[in-house]
Design a protein. Structure first.
Lengths: 720, 720
């Protein structure tokens, strides 16, 4: 045993053991021989695949931001950063890239998918720029476009597109973020003057966290409770000027600066309060509800609830774009960390200066490669989301069902992508050690900026709860109220595996493989079909269990029913997460199926397997408890992941190169080759010393020469 | 089912369901009745317990930093921040708090425990100040104190204490962080002049990431390969002046500024390179190795390896203090998030303005309360670590075994505490939504600053690997090389449960309880004794499995053995993590056992249970695969955690109040009561409207009045 503890690391080689069973470690030479016959991906083809449906728009955006005027300057003081980002938006306008989603008559291209795709790429330049652009065109502009009608478009859209009219999107209040329906701002119609009176009745109703509110906004799309004739018709959106041309608050408007934030400090977030500010009746963005001159309210959507959610749904693009931007941010972090891990060496391999490349360590592979597979999955699921978004907003497939599906899909994917970005960026930062903490290497800045993606445009947990409720109502829709017996039968069928654990095994075909122990049988039993079955079965089961658990609610008092629901809140959110994971996996599988080049398909299949098994490993206890995996098979999941990591390790650089980032997008010195250069220099130094006979000898060598026995160190302290 | 989906949240109440089975939701009134009879903790007594052995030193430090001169200013530009922190260190000296660990003859108190305890508290003021103080006194000063001898102490210690001599700790190089033994800087003895020549032979050997190096340091304790008479004696530490009194680099010394970092920007980190810089022979810090005037090397420790680790071990206090500071940082985040969650309301409960307090949501409890229990555990395990540290460094218990145990304990606890801090702070930040992203609310700043704690003073994964190897060598020590048969028997005994899963159940006493399903039987089977058995059994089993897996290494070539080891690297790190978790749990259990007040003991016992079960839940798949938990019992772990969360929820505020933070330590506006005030104001506004008959009626009410049937919204979009 003691020998093992003292064991040195293997010699360095880019191509580590691939494919072999874990009990048969290979020498470097064996590894090299095998790896020469390995498939390699077609990097350029994978880049095309990752850039997806709107690859051209993405490439154009990436080309534009090669100009260093668009790059974030780490540590730039807030005031200067804000000015810089504002300037970047102007350059963006000059390049003709703004308002791509706007109708052609207002200078746009009516190209919704390309518009979002190109916005998402801005995260590579500076996430502040991405989000500031999102505020101006995606929120403020979209509110006018989506919630307003032709007169509003005629009046403002062109000025919004050109940034002549910068604006804030005033929905969130200090007191209400997730619960938009409960905001306190009022818009009371005064028929005497044909005006709405916009008012902030108490401090908690102050509009809060709004980009463009602290400095640059000249107007705001303000969400307020519409009151006319003593009746409140719920939340509507109003166009309200807030500053004059000199940047001073207009009468009755008070703006405040939010000051320094955890990131995105190139955006001037702030607060707005209104003291009985009067705006013309026509400033109500009246696509879904209107007030006549005499104060009569009208709407094509009679249900107040449906009307509210229709208005909110028209603004789904924020969530869609965060799914994409977070994925690109995670990809950048992976590029930096994998490239560094392929060059950085630490701890010798027993041959002097020949130290081991970080990515050859098993743990390092475990840290980076499953997250890389997750990021790949997200590229594919995002492209599906974006296609659906484009279908709805281009009008090509604009049905209520499509809109509902789009909203649910966005609510499922955005939380997963934004959380994964934070997790991946953090792991990458730590995997780069102290160098990862230096701002110039970008990882810390990415984490700071993307942090808030987890809670804005819908708090991630709230969004997943929304998805969970959709899953529950789909479940409920299968059973009419009268059909309790069918529900009961279904439930028993579903939960049998859980109650009699072990009974569900055969249906997954494990009975055959479970008593073999070779790698092959494991893989046969955990291939695509089984991965899908496990992932999909989990969603189905979780929703069914919830449906049954919540069923007594209908016989309880409202308070008791609410308490029951609250007890299952975590499970509901978990079910929604499982649903999102399934969608990501399915998108990955679909993308892989479409690949023609066999080698590329092989490597990406390994990646998809790694992603699927990583998901299954995360929820392994669930599968075991429910009897969907035997203990033996569950144990093999982890071993299979390790084997896939080793298999994918030689492809890691190709896989991050396939993100297609240019040096101007990466900019991190540690991923620039400087590390490699330093190491080559160090190695040359030691080699020259040796050659000149000038190298000092070691204490051990000295004692050997002196024939003095050496009492060596106990192994306890030796790191590696 | 549809009704459930539409269900509203329960009415708000601070005391949520406690103790009841999950299938029996209670009304608010029932909850109030039960909670009146609940135990309450003695907050002041718990504060004493948490502050631990050196409570007085902690209180004194907290009193000092109530002065706002010590507070971090969010967003302060780097240059000003650095100057401010430097000034804070001077004030720290003026207060007499510096150098408490130094010997009395150099102005210190020779009080090692109190010294670290008070340093740790500085994290509440500004982590930059904590770490800058750590660089000056804990690293630079300690190197002189611990690695030097009386002449060095006489010459420099007092000036170090008073900050007259600011210094850098020059160990890490660009090319070598974790592998200190491989650094490239050389210190070659020149007997002709009785000088050492300090030299940076290539760029990768440049000293890097050093606090005090960019600006303030006048000298550095430089680690270099000691070469004399053509023999290299390994890494030793040298005192090297680097700047003159005007702050200019001395001849041959080149310093560079690291610039902006992800956090800790009040510290002037930088690089130092040496071009044949000559220092007197006497500047070798010669406690563990010396060079005579003629160049003869001597050391009391003949083994080079043991000598190296003895020197490094003398500097363990950095790791010890990070364990404490990270715990205090996590506690501050919990204080802020729990206080806010107890005041912030979102989504109505069906009674107008009466919205639900965040901490009443099941998911919110799940997010905050287990992490709170973890933080409590860390306070207790840290106090044990600090006592051990004090025992060794005070000389009271300074044996090689004690030193070794101290180093292993520090290496096990520091990674867990620092990772938990990041995880907890991030969860707290998200739990506070957009407000959590505002710098003034401190959570983002804490994350930025504490981020690097995970990789400095020993990369967390490398430290855990060190612990894992210690566990392995302890395991190996039980079996001499000859006693393979005993090892085999032991291994079979240990892994029986794994191979024949199910067989190990009875020993945990599950056979009795497994077929009952009441809450009581679950709790009886998952009490302290079982928690300990599960946690301790996991460590034992993992180490045994690893020992067996790595055993063939002795028959393999070095390269093959290394490959085998590498394949098990992740498991080794996991075993070390399990060991650290066990130590934390045991410390918690020990602390609870010493509590005299029955109510306090009850509540903290729930917390310890929550911590223990949370750990078990994290590794649930492992317990299932090994047959240590049946599927049914494993499922009950999660339910039990939910129940403990509900039970602890009424105590959450008491438990964070017990951290004993004053408003000057908290400073976050969202935890100051402003939220409560705003809500009271909003509620008063709506009440006044009602009272005056001036409240608008709803659309629904209008239609009812008009006897028009309402088609309500489908439930799909309703959040909550």
């Amino acid at each position: 045993m003691v020998d093992v503890v003292r064991t040195k690391k293997p010699s360095t080689h880019r191509h580590t053991p691939a494919g072999g069973a874990p009990t048969a470690p290979r020498t470097v030479e064996e590894a090299r021989r095998t790896d020469a016959a390995e498939p390699r991906i077609d990097v350029a083809a994978v880049t095309d695949l990752l850039l997806g449906t709107w690859a051209d728009a993405r490439r154009a955006a990436r080309e534009m931001i090669k100009d260093e005027a668009f790059w974030q300057i780490p540590g730039q003081p807030m005031a200067e950063h804000r000015a810089r980002v504002y300037g970047q938006l102007r350059r963006f306008v000059e390049s003709g890239a703004s308002g791509r989603a706007f109708p052609k008559e207002y200078g746009g291209h009516n190209d919704n998918g390309a518009n979002l795709a190109s916005f998402e790429e801005l995260v590579l330049a500076d996430p502040s720029m991405q989000i500031k652009a999102g505020v101006q065109w995606g929120l403020f502009g979209s509110a006018i476009q989506q919630l307003g009608t032709k007169p509003h478009h005629d009046k403002w859209l062109d000025a919004v597109r050109t940034l002549e009219l910068p604006g804030a999107f005033a929905m969130t209040e200090i007191g209400h973020g997730s619960d938009v329906a409960a905001i306190g701002t009022t818009a009371t119609y005064d028929p005497a003057t044909s005006e709405f009176v916009i008012h902030t009745p108490f401090r908690a109703a102050t509009k809060e966290f709004l980009g463009n509110a602290a400095l640059h906004g000249r107007a705001a799309t303000v969400f307020a409770q519409l009151i006319t004739g003593g009746v409140t018709y719920g939340v509507h959106c109003f166009f309200v000027p807030i500053r004059d041309e000199n940047g001073r608050d207009l009468p009755g408007v008070t703006t405040e600066d939010d000051g320094v934030k955890g990131g995105l400090n190139g955006i001037d977030n702030g607060r707005i309060a209104f003291a009985n500010v009067r705006i013309p009746r026509e400033n109500l963005l009246n696509r879904y509800g209107d007030v006549a001159a005499d104060g009569t309210y009208s709407s094509d959507i009679p249900s107040p609830g449906r009307r509210f959610f229709t208005m909110l749904g028209a603004l789904v693009q924020g969530r869609v774009s965060l799914d994409g931007a977070a994925t690109t941010g995670a990809a950048l972090a992976e590029y930096i960390a994998v490239t560094y891990a392929n060059q950085r060496r630490q701890f010798d391999s027993g041959t002097g200066t020949d130290e081991v490349v970080l990515l050859d360590y098993g743990k390092h592979q475990r840290r980076l490669l499953p997250r890389l597979a997750q990021t790949y999955a997200q590229f594919f699921s995002h492209d599906q989301l974006l296609r659906r978004f484009d279908g709805v907003f281009s009008g090509a497939k604009d049905t209520p069902d499509e809109r509902e599906d789009l909203e649910t899909l966005a609510a499922a994917l955005k939380p997963l992508a934004t959380w994964n970005a934070l997790d991946t960026i953090q792991e990458c930062r730590e995997a780069c050690g102290g160098a990862g903490f230096m701002a110039e290497n970008r990882l810390v800045g990415l984490h700071h900026d993307l942090d808030v993606y987890a809670t804005f445009e819908g708090d991630n947990n709230v969004l997943l709860q929304l998805v969970g409720k959709r899953l529950l109502s789909d479940f409920a829709a299968r059973f009419t109220r009268k059909d309790a017996a069918a529900l009961a039968r279904y439930a028993v069928g579903q939960t049998a595996g859980r109650i009699f654990h072990g009974a569900g095994l055969r249906q997954l075909g494990q009975a055959v493989a479970d008593f073999g122990s070779t790698a092959r049988s494991v893989e046969l039993g955990l291939r695509a079909e089984q991965q899908h079955e496990l992932l999909a079965g989990r969603v189905e089961q979780m929703v069914t269990d919830l449906g049954i658990a919540l069923r007594p609610a209908s016989t309880l008092s409202p308070a008791e029913a609410a308490a029951l629901f609250n007890e299952h809140q975590s499970e509901l959110i978990e079910a929604a997460r499982a649903h999102g994971e399934l969608l990501q996996w399915e998108a990955f599988a679909e993308a892989v199926a479409g690949i023609e080049d066999a080698d590329t398909r092989q490597v990406l299949t390994w990646q998809r397997d790694l992603f699927g098994l990583w998901l299954i490993e995360k929820h392994l206890a669930w599968y075991l408890i429910g009897g969907r995996l035997s203990a033996q098979r569950a144990a093999s999941v982890t071993r299979y992941i390790d084997r896939l990591c080793a298999r994918l390790r030689p492809h890691a650089q190709d896989l991050v190169d396939a993100f297609g980032f240019a040096p101007e997008h990466v900019r991190a010195p540690i991923a620039s080759g400087a590390e490699q250069q330093r190491q080559d220099e160090a190695r040359a130094h030691y080699a020259a010393l040796e050659a000149a006979g000038a190298a000092p000898i070691s204490e051990k060598a000295l004692r050997k020469r002196q024939k003095e026995p050496v009492r060596d160190a106990a192994p306890r302290g030796r790191i590696v």
